[in-house]
Write a protein that binds this ligand. Structure first.
Ligand code: ADP
Ligand code: ZN
Length: 727
């Protein structure tokens, strides 16, 4: 039994462990659930969170003399109870260990202690006796008269810390204590308000009322691109800030944040806090701590921002809520939009989901009155939705080995001639999706995956888009040794760019694709486009997201049919959403926009609805298809993916797994079948699909099924509840 001056506490560690571990702590440490603590674990020490405290007199589960002591309590406000419940909830829903969710909450252990004074360095001392090229680079990095931390200097110069240390030792770099991390300014809800249209004002009133109600609600902000959804949800943010609560605004793509931060700054007079994967440790530390202390009022972030330690969160806005980027596909597999709604039920505050092409799930929640909906039907300042035109590739396609049809070329010439911008959209990175030998038919395949290698001509490489394998493109066929016999099949964005340059050599061209540039240059590129320093944009789906390019008036969709019929129940919905979003980039200001859709399937309901501008027709059709087949949102799905080094090993276990599935009323197990990409990184993959009725507890079903099974150690089993992708 813990003595009166000691307590026994359960500490959740940020590891994939099934339970919290017990520790002893002196009563004087005054621990309460939620305190961040440092505890020993084997030979290591690590940060964790006190999950519960044993009642006085209660006997710990493990004998007391085997328990170790909590080493330290961090000087940080305890993790709020709501967040702890959220961690447990997400773990239960995604069938993950609570510690794996906690790991997403503890992304900056530096931030757990008040910031310590840090040293920064710049040049100014005597030159060292020996000046190596590495040292030279450090001195260049340090010559800007800005104080930089040794780690930052090492990173900028591309050298190890010891090089920097050497220059500190020789006193070539002079040090000073860095000023403390900048605190967060309070956004001013009235810094710059726009005059809302009647329709916008009505929508804003609903959102403001929801904020004032101080209770859980979900509202779909449903409006065509350019209708002012951002301006409207800014009003909800303003209302929340006025009440002194925090706001989380989630965006699907971090490349979007730069332009967005500017826009936020114009409206609220200060920069919001940002949270995404491209941040330095010091930036993470500042934001994490700022959020925990309640100083950071508004956070703009990617899905991981959902796990920040908000002290008083009062609103979540999910922009482009239909976007698949909100689904995390590795590690803990979760959907950030859906988990945002869960967070709001726990915290009893409103959520705003914003989109021009909502997810069918969301629309059905509106049908069922689980969610409210407010609509914006008109583009701001009378801009109209682009005029849409079909190019039927069966009858008016381009010549062989060309991808831009003559009618689209003519429209491009016109638009560029008028000094306006053109966007060509193709959702495929690289130059060509397949390379083969004209003589012997050899095809370049990834050695580790069941996938073709994609040619990236820009980098002179063949690449696997699943595992990252890459190799130089050879001159001769590795199979028959023929010279110059290799041909590229099909287009990727780089190939479209090549064709466009031939057609319009004068045009300033930019390729917008996730692999063409780093995050930073990507956001610079977006700014360049918005400022009309580019005439012709060739882009992947990155170009479809919520950018506002005022000079863009023509959009050409090179291949509308990618994405149809790939065994994904949401294939048609995705195609509709992405094409509608891309087309919506055109004509967002005074000049009207046009969009051309190149397709072999003009009669497909998604294409037909696009052309007619009849969104309801498409969603009604899609509702019917899903209802008939029992797919989400009318039924539920969960995938179980097994992978392992030997095909027979995986297959046998998968079959055994399928046979042992409990016969539940309302659940069916489909498969096993080889996954569409049957091998990734040398691991063979099989998948089972659990298909259930809408109100079925799929987590309970899967846990009961898997609990008694022993998974062979060389097999990996991952569970994806509500899968969004089916590769
Ligand atoms: P959405 O988010 O629906 O695509 P935005 O909020 O980005 O639309 O609005 C499109 C453009 O119109 C932006 O440049 C925005 O600043 C402008 N805009 C929208 N509503 C107004 C308004 N009431 N007054 C001034 N500008 C507006
Ligand atoms: Zn591969």
């Amino acid at each position: 039994m813990a003595t009166a001056d000691e307590v026994c506490v359960q500490v959740l560690l940020p590891l994939a462990l099934p339970v919290a571990y017990s520790y002893l702590a002196p009563a004087a440490m005054d621990l309460v659930p939620g305190h961040y603590v440092r505890v020993p674990l084997g030979p290591r020490q690590m940060a964790g969170v006190v999950w519960s405290i044993e009642e006085a007199g209660e006997e710990p589960e493990i004998s007391r003399d085997r328990l170790k002591y909590v080493a330290e309590r961090f000087e940080t406000p305890p993790m709020p109870e709501i967040q702890r419940r959220f961690v447990d909830w997400v773990a239960g829903y995604t069938l993950s260990a609570p510690g794996s969710i906690l790991r997403m909450c503890l992304r900056s252990t530096e931030a757990l202690s008040p910031p310590k004074p840090q040293m920064g360095y710049r040049t100014g001392g005597p030159e060292p006796a020996r000046l190596t090229p590495q040292r030279q680079r450090v001195l260049e990095a340090a010559s800007d008269n800005i104080l930089l931390r040794p780690a930052e200097l090492a990173e900028m110069a591309g050298v190890t810390m010891s090089v920097v240390r050497g220059l500190i030792d020789t006193k070539t770099l002079v040090g000073e204590v860095l000023p403390p991390l900048k605190s967060f300014d309070k956004p001013d809800p009235r810094a710059h308000q726009v005059q809302l249209s009647a329709e916008q004002a009505k929508a804003a009133t609903v959102l403001r009322a929801n904020v004032a109600a101080r209770k859980y609600s979900v509202t779909l902000l449903d409006g065509v691109t350019g209708s002012g959804k951002t301006e409207v949800y800014f009003e909800a943010i303003a209302a929340t800030v006025e009440r002194g609560q925090q706001v989380l605004l989630m965006l699907p793509e971090i490349a979007l944040t730069k332009g967005f931060v500017k826009r936020f700054e114009q409206r609220f007079g200060v920069r919001p806090a940002e949270w995404h994967s491209g941040m330095t440790a010091r930036m993470r530390q500042r934001v994490w701590r700022g959020v925990a202390l309640g100083e950071a009022r508004v956070v703009i972030g990617a899905r991981s921002a959902l796990f920040l330690p908000f002290s008083d969160l009062g609103l979540i806005v999910v922009d482009e809520e239909h976007d698949t980027a909100f689904k995390q596909e590795d590690g803990v597999i979760y959907h950030a939009r859906d988990m945002a709604v869960v967070r709001a039920t726990l915290g009893k505050f409103p959520v705003v989901l914003s989109s021009a092409t909502p997810a069918l799930e969301t629309l059905v929640n509106v049908d069922n009155e689980r969610y409210q909906s407010v609509q914006l039907t008109r583009r701001h300042a009378g801009a109209s939705y682009p005029q849409m035109d079909i190019i039927d590739l069966k009858t008016e396609g381009p010549e062989p080995q060309k991808w831009i049809a003559p009618r689209l070329v003519a429209a491009m010439a016109e638009t560029l001639g008028d000094g306006e911008q053109v966007l060509l959209f193709l959702n495929r990175r690289g130059y060509a999706p397949l390379t083969l030998c004209r003589r012997c038919g050899h095809r370049f395949k990834c050695p580790d995956c069941d996938a073709w290698l994609v040619e990236h001509r820009f980098r002179r490489q063949l690449q696997c888009h699943h595992c990252g394998f890459n190799t130089n493109r050879p001159d001769e066929c590795p199979s028959c040794q023929a010279q110059g016999s290799l041909v590229a099949c099909g287009p990727g964005v780089e190939r479209i760019a090549e064709e466009a340059v031939e057609l319009f050599p004068e045009a300033r061209l930019s390729i917008l694709s996730s692999d063409m540039s780093s995050h930073k240059s990507l956001s610079d590129m977006l700014v360049d486009i918005a400022e009309r320093k580019v005439d012709l944009i060739i882009g992947t789906q990155l170009a479809a997201k919520g950018h506002h390019f005022p000079g863009l008036t023509l959009v050409g969709i090179i291949d509308a049919d990618i994405g149809f019929g790939q065994g994904d129940p949401r294939g048609a919905e995705r195609t509709y959403q992405i094409l509608r979003q891309v087309a919506g980039r055109a004509g967002r200001e005074k000049q009207p926009g046009r969009a051309f859709i190149q397709t072999y399937a003009p009669e497909h309901p998604a294409i037909d609805a696009l052309i007619k501008g009849d969104r309801d027709a498409f969603y009604d059709h899609e509702r019917e298809v899903r209802k008939r087949s029992g797919f989400p949102p009318y039924g539920r799905l969960a995938s179980i993916i097994l992978s392992g080094p030997s095909q027979t090993g995986v297959e046998q276990f998968a079959r055994m797994l399928a046979r042992s599935a409990p016969s539940g009323d309302g659940a069916r197990v489909l498969g096993p079948a080889p996954a569409p990409i049957a091998v990734i990184r040398g691991r063979h993959r099989y998948r089972l699909l659990v298909k259930t009725k809408r109100d079925f507890n799929v987590q309970k079903y899967i846990s009961q099924w898997l609990q008694p099974l022993k998974i062979p150690s060389n097999l990996r089993l991952s569970i994806d509840v509500d899968p969004q992708s089916f590769f």
